[in-house]
Design a protein around this ligand. Structure first.
Ligand SMILES: *[C@@H]1O[C@H](CO)[C@@H](O)[C@H](O)[C@H]1NC(C)=O
Ligand SMILES: *[C@@H]1O[C@H](CO)[C@@H](O)[C@H](O)[C@H]1NC(C)=O
Ligand SMILES: *[C@@H]1O[C@H](CO)[C@@H](O)[C@H](O)[C@H]1NC(C)=O
Length: 454
């Protein structure tokens, strides 16, 4: 259970929401790319031809950043995102008691290392490190105590070409430490990066913080240039950056990447190259009911300037273009979606995640599905403790061409799975696919684990 569904929140507060917000649920936008929960602080990593994004999970209705778990989504095409659930929880750091904040994961030695700020039982913010042999987790606490602790936050991790790994973090200061090969210990002491106006720009009206650096550093190297991207000039924050000639600077201030936009007074970036494109991840408050404590992760495609500088990047609802297409003739997970409305996800008894909490009228959009010369049948793995319902298969929109309808029976349990099959006609070429869920009554209808066309 993820607590209140976003749609039920929307229904509860519909009378106070402006119409513009209400319409977000029905436009065919692909940003924010997670719609089932509120999320923040995206940390992308490319692994095995997929982009994995670790993120925070904002609680519905929270008025402070007292989050308790992290979530993971991945994509092969930058349009359809698969929900991997919770790879790591606050509870896994037994020495911590609150504030599961901005994480980052890196791969080394055939292991994956998960760095995140949490509140130590002693009341101070500290950075813990989790480890897993698979990218999707589960991650366990590698040390049983903080890796570093100085009441500052927002770790970013980077391995230079010579093999030296660095952990950077900070708010209000900016720190780094040289990680050892094991990635869970370090040599020397934490070192402060001088926050000079030449390195990080000039902030006006804040004597304590004369440079624009606020928090959320993200460090990487590309074509010989070291980059440190950060949230700047609180509050509301924008995203700025500096470049350097080594992993430890000196740093030169380069200006704003993403202006203040989007209804969240914080922001946090993550940058990757994938399939020869460059992508910028961030968060805003764009989902219904969204705002500073109910944020949502988004992504934009961009192109570096020829000198390696980064152009201004604006928030959009369209997001990046899809890379290639999705194959409907192999098993696809129900929790892989370009957009969903009304549904939530949960752990499936068959492994992985299923889509649940389905009400009449809820839907899932899958983008760019390559049917080729045509499908003749559709199979879905479903379960229902209620009386079931229907999956109506539409093309192009929730009211576009209906190519088939599958009936879902009662199976006697929400995790008692069966496969249903129905005939399909008129599904050919490359199409946006919509599963529109139907059924009588006001309760949940059925759960949906995976699907495949033939
Ligand atoms: C923390 O989160 C819980 C669950 O969302 C909520 O009940 C509680 O009021 C929150 N506390 C603060 C200080 O916001
Ligand atoms: C992490 O914590 C969750 C929630 O308490 C628990 O279910 C899970 O088993 C823990 N994972 C590990 C690897 O300890
Ligand atoms: C990326 O660019 C390289 C070199 O131009 C090319 O060989 C490769 O096919 C490209 N890959 C993709 C996925 O476009």
């Amino acid at each position: 259970m993820e607590g209140l569904k976003i749609t039920s929140l929307l229904q509860r507060f519909a009378y106070i929401l402006p119409l513009a917000l209400l319409s977000i649920g029905v436009v065919k936008a692909d940003n924010p790319f997670v719609q089932t929960i509120y999320t923040a602080d995206p940390a992308p990593i490319v692994y095995n031809d997929r982009v994995y994004v670790f993120m925070d999970h904002d609680n519905t209705g929270a008025t402070y950043y007292n989050m308790t778990d992290w979530h993971l989504f991945s994509t092969a095409d930058m349009a359809n995102w698969q929900d991997h659930g919770v790879p790591m929880s606050l509870a896994n750091f037994t020495w911590a008691n609150a504030n599961a904040w901005a994480p980052q994961v890196i791969s080394r030695n055939g292991q994956f290392y998960f760095y995140a700020p949490v509140r130590h039982n002693d009341g101070s913010m500290a950075i813990g490190v989790g480890v897993s042999s698979t990218i999707t987790g589960p991650y366990h606490d590698a040390l049983g105590k903080p890796l570093v602790e100085n009441n500052e936050i927002d770790p970013t991790v980077f391995i230079d070409d010579d093999g030296q790994a660095y952990l950077y973090w900070g708010n209000p200061d900016l720190w780094y430490v040289k990680l050892n090969q094991d990635m869970i210990s370090y040599s020397g002491s934490p070192t402060q990066i001088p926050l000079t106006t030449a390195g990080f720009g000039t902030r006006t009206g804040n004597a304590q913080r004369p440079t624009t650096f606020e928090e959320a550093p993200w460090v990487y190297k590309r074509n010989g240039i070291y980059y440190i991207i950060y949230a700047a000039d609180c509050c509301s924050e924008d995203i700025r950056y500096s470049t350097g000639t080594s992993a430890t600077g000196p740093w030169t201030y380069r200006g704003v990447i993403m202006p203040t936009q989007g209804g969240s007074f914080t922001n946090h970036e993550g940058i990757i190259d994938f399939q020869n494109n460059s992508y910028f991840f961030y968060h805003n408050g764009a989902l219904p009911g969204g705002g500073g404590y109910q944020r949502s992760v988004c992504v934009e495609q961009f192109t570096y300037n020829s000198d390696g500088t980064i152009p201004t990047i604006e928030m959009t609802t369209a997001g990046p273009s899809q890379i290639g297409t999705l194959n409907p003739y192999v098993r696809q997970e129900a929790e892989t979606a370009a957009w969903s409305s009304g549904v939530s996800t949960e752990v499936s008894s068959e492994g992985g995640i299923d889509v649940g909490y389905i009400n009449n009228g809820d839907y899932i959009k899958v983008k760019g599905v390559a049917f080729g010369s045509g499908a003749h049948s559709f199979s879905a793995r479903v379960a229902s403790a209620a009386s079931g319902g229907t999956i109506a298969i539409h093309l192009g929109s929730t009211t576009g061409t209906l190519v088939g309808t599958c009936n879902v029976p009662s199976t006697g349990g929400w995790q008692t799975w069966t496969t249903v099959t129905c005939s399909v006609s008129g599904a050919s070429g490359t199409q946006d696919l919509y599963f529109v869920f139907g059924g009588s009554g006001t309760g949940y209808l059925f759960n949906f684990d995976y699907w495949q066309f033939a």
